[in-house]
Every structure is written in structure tokens, then in C-alpha cells.
Design a protein around this ligand. Structure first.
Ligand code: SAH
Length: 227
């Protein structure tokens, strides 16, 4: 079964939210140049309103990041779609996400690859994202609390690594855990400033090449502790 066949999500989402989601994809994402049909289908399908705090459901489809508690944010929809497209997802790929947050990016990614492993530093966010993903039926996503600077060595190597919080430099463990032919999308830059969204590709010989895509503003990838 392909990831798009099992259709997780709500059984009966409210129509106004479905309409808002279709408008989001047309006006914010396709209009800005995202073309990958599988990525657009995933963005139309995943119920973003289930990943924001209940009081923010009606704002879930606006063109902006939103607070999810503990000082963290769910990324702007366009950035989620762009990062997913830049990774050139294939249906057989294994992916790592660093910075689970609400679980929304992991859910989107899970529709276009075979398996997603996602790491979150803050235990309450890891627990609530895992619960949301399980409740909605995203069975090919695994979440654990951990320090993203270390990656997830037990599940490595990965075809795709998406980093959704910004370190100052690319963590060496993440480069090491990228397969030859793999793609990493990661914001790099100083804390509290604009960062550079990079696409890093590893060739068959294991050499990594970087390309700068656009300026972005993510929360920092916090230096954590293992445990
Ligand atoms: N991808 C998320 C948004 C991420 S916000 C979504 O779709 O909702 C960035 C997340 O990275 C926050 O939840 C933050 O707690 C987490 N984070 C920060 N430093 C981290 C680290 N060292 N390891 C893992 N996660 C980290």
C-alpha cells in the first residue's frame, strides 16, 4: 500500500476547515511555486488544525507560523511544503526529522516517504506530537525525545533529513547519517537572526555539497543533553 492509500486524518473534518486548507495550498503554496504533485496532495490532506492548540484551530490555515507552547512554533505552511519538496521525497525513502514540535511536518512527510523518524528535545512536545500522530493514524511515524545534534544513530542512514530548528553550523552527526544520494534541508545561522535555508546533497562518493535556498527564521536548535 502506498502512503497515500491508507488515508489517515479525521473521519469527518468540518467543511470550512477543508475549504481553508484547499485555499492554503492554492494561494500560499502552489502560487509560490511548489510543484511536486505528491507534496501538494499531502498538504491538501493533512489536517493542520489538529496539530495546533485547540484555541487556534480557526487560524490553522493562515500564512504564518503559530505558537504551539513552550516557546516553540509550528512552521508556516509554505515552509513545510518547500522543505518537503526540496528533499525530493520518494515513496521508498526513510526520513529523519529533527524538531518534531507539533508533529505536523512529520505527518506531511509521512505521506510521501515510507517511514519517518522524528526527534524532539522537549518531552511534553514529543509526547503530545506522538499522541496526535497516533490518534490520527499516522502509523509510519516514530517519535522519540532526544537531542537532534546526535541524530538517531540506531535508525540511520537516512535518504532524507529535515531539520526544523536552526543550529549555527551543520551538526556533523547529521551529515554522517545521510545516505550517499541523500538530501538534507536545514536552516543555518546565528540565534535570533535570519538563517539561510540550505539544501545539502551527498553524492555517491559521500561528498556533501550545499546550496542556499532562501532566508528563513526558525527557533534555535538548542544544545541538549542525551537521556
Ligand atoms: N517541525 C515542527 C516545528 C518545529 S519548531 C512542526 O511541524 O510543528 C522546532 C522544534 O525543535 C521545537 O519543538 C523544539 O523544541 C525542537 N528542538 C530544539 N532544539 C532541539 C534539539 N537539540 N533536538 C531536538 N529538537 C529540538
Amino acid at each position: 500500500m502506498s502512503p497515500l492509500d491508507d488515508r489517515p486524518g479525521e473521519a469527518q473534518p468540518p467543511q470550512r476547515l477543508v475549504q481553508a486548507r484547499l485555499a492554503m495550498v492554492a494561494d500560499q503554496i502552489a502560487a509560490r511555486g511548489v510543484r511536486d504533485a505528491r507534496v501538494l496532495a499531502a498538504m491538501r490532506e493533512v489536517p493542520r488544525h489538529e496539530f495546533v492548540p485547540p484555541a487556534m484551530r480557526d487560524q490553522a490555515y493562515v500564512d504564518a507560523p503559530l505558537p504551539i507552547g513552550l516557546g516553540q512554533t509550528i512552521s508556516q505552511p509554505y515552509i513545510v511544503a518547500l522543505m518537503t519538496e526540496l528533499a525530493r521525497p520518494a515513496a521508498t525513502d526513510t526520513a529523519l526529522e529533527v524538531g518534531t514540535g507539533s508533529g505536523y511536518q512529520a505527518a506531511v512527510l509521512s505521506r510521501v516517504v515510507a517511514r519517518v523518524h522524528s526527534i524532539e528535545l522537549l518531552e511534553p512536545l514529543a509526547a503530545s506530537a506522538a499522541a496526535t500522530l497516533a490518534r490520527l493514524g499516522y502509523a509510519n511515524v516514530q517519535v522519540r525525545r532526544g537531542d537532534g545534534y546526535q541524530g538517531w544513530p540506531e535508525q540511520a542512514p537516512f535518504d532524507i533529513i529535515l531539520v526544523t530548528a536552526a543550529p549555527e553550523e551543520v551538526p556533523p552527526a547529521l551529515i554522517a547519517q545521510l545516505k550517499p544520494g541523500g538530501r538534507m534541508v536545514i536552516p543555518i545561522g546565528p540565534v535570533g537572526s535570519v538563517q539561510d535555508l540550505l539544501l545539502i546533497e551527498k553524492d555517491a562518493a559521500g561528498r556533501a555539497a550545499r546550496r542556499s535556498i532562501i532566508p528563513v527564521r526558525f527557533v534555535p536548535l538548542v544544545k541538549g543533553r542525551e537521556g
